[in-house]
Design a protein around this ligand. Structure first.
Ligand code: PHE
Length: 340
């Protein structure tokens, strides 16, 4: 009996010492394996006197079960510890801030272009885009700028040949629209234009947006109201507009439109050259001759047109002093417009 108790204690002690699942099988075998000590006891049954054999057998089997249970318990403890360790190793700190991916942003010219388009489409304008390479007829003649007219000096045009050129303004969009659409017309024509000009405020390629309205009874008054509303959306609601008489062959009367300086509010500063006003676009009532040339009855219909430079408005809005910064694609410059 002492021997049984001793074996049980020994198994307990040895099980206690085990720290790895790998060796548990070997240690267990020392007791209940084929050549284990307890198995040996069972084998020795034949030497036990017959009358004690049954009791002895039961004791040995009890012992075997108990020892087996000791090792099973140890095994599940070790397995649990191992799983726990694995979890700890794989743990992720979900409280760490994530890494934000670098995302692009719209170019300032596109931001302003979209704003302008939004302002006018909100007033019912549709978008029409014309070709960048166009003919002398659409760029000049149909706009009442005949060959040798002095107004052609206003734009230093890139000619491809005598008749084909890179459009120097988006105004040919007026003609192409009127030829293809019956009034009422209310279109906005954004796009690239080209002029042989290159300094801090001029670029050989820049962007314009043309606006054209043709309907019955359209007047300079409508132009004023329309542009006043537009200016308030693009700058702010306190911005004022001023019309100055001007000259364009395709509008009569023609005006140049100024806005109250968005930097000083009209008091006078370096941006507005102390005048309190900044010129933003050219406009006017569509010349009757232009309507007629495009097949619109000028006794029934009248029109208004305006043309603005996106670069110019972007520069005024964001205080950019050199137009070239808009085309250099310097990432530090462009990142300032990322509104994240
Ligand atoms: N096309 C003119 C320019 O480029 C602007 C303009 C458009 C003026 C429409 C009047 C009407 O300067």
């Amino acid at each position: 009996m002492d021997k049984f108790e001793e074996l049980k204690l020994k198994a307990k002690e040895e099980a206690e010492k085990i720290t790895s699942l790998k060796i548990i099988g070997d240690v267990k075998a020392k007791f209940i394996g084929k050549n284990g000590e307890i198995t040996a006891l069972l084998r020795g049954m034949k030497d036990v006197p017959a009358e004690m054999r049954a009791a002895f057998g039961k004791q040995v089997n009890d012992l075997k079960e108990k020892v087996s249970a000791i090792f099973e318990k140890k095994e599940s403890e070790l397995k649990a510890a191992e799983t726990e360790m694995k979890f700890q190793k794989e743990a992720v700190d979900i409280t760490l801030p994530g890494k934000l991916p670098e995302i692009g942003s719209l170019h300032p010219l596109n931001i302003v272009k979209n704003k302008i388009i939004d302002a006018f489409t909100g007033m019912g304008f549709e978008i029409f885009e014309g070709p960048e390479i166009d003919t002398d007829y659409y760029c000049f003649q149909a706009l009442n700028i005949p060959k040798d007219h002095p107004a052609r000096d206003m734009q230093d045009t890139f000619y491809i040949n005598d008749n084909v050129l890179l459009r120097p303004h988006t105004s040919p969009g007026q003609v192409r629209t009127m030829e293809n659409k019956k009034p009422p017309i209310k279109i906005l024509s954004p796009g690239r234009v080209y002029r042989a000009d290159d300094d801090a405020s001029h670029s050989p390629m820049f962007h314009q947006i043309e606006g054209l309205v043709v309907d019955k009874g359209v007047s300079l008054c409508d132009l004023k109201g329309l542009l006043d509303e537009f200016v308030k959306v693009i700058f702010d609601k306190d911005t004022k507009t001023r019309f100055r008489p001007s000259y364009f062959p395709f509008t009569e009367p023609s005006v140049e439109v100024d806005v109250s300086c968005c930097k000083c509010g009209g008091k006078g500063c370096s941006l507005c050259k102390n005048t309190g006003w900044i010129e933003i676009l050219g406009a006017g009532v569509v010349n009757k001759k232009v309507l007629e040339m495009s097949g619109i009855d000028s006794d029934v219909y009248s029109g208004l047109a305006f043309g603005l430079g996106i670069e110019r408005i972007t520069m005024i809005k964001y205080g950019i002093s050199d137009i070239r910064t808009l085309f250099e694609n310097n990432v530090s410059f462009l990142k300032q417009f990322n509104r994240r």
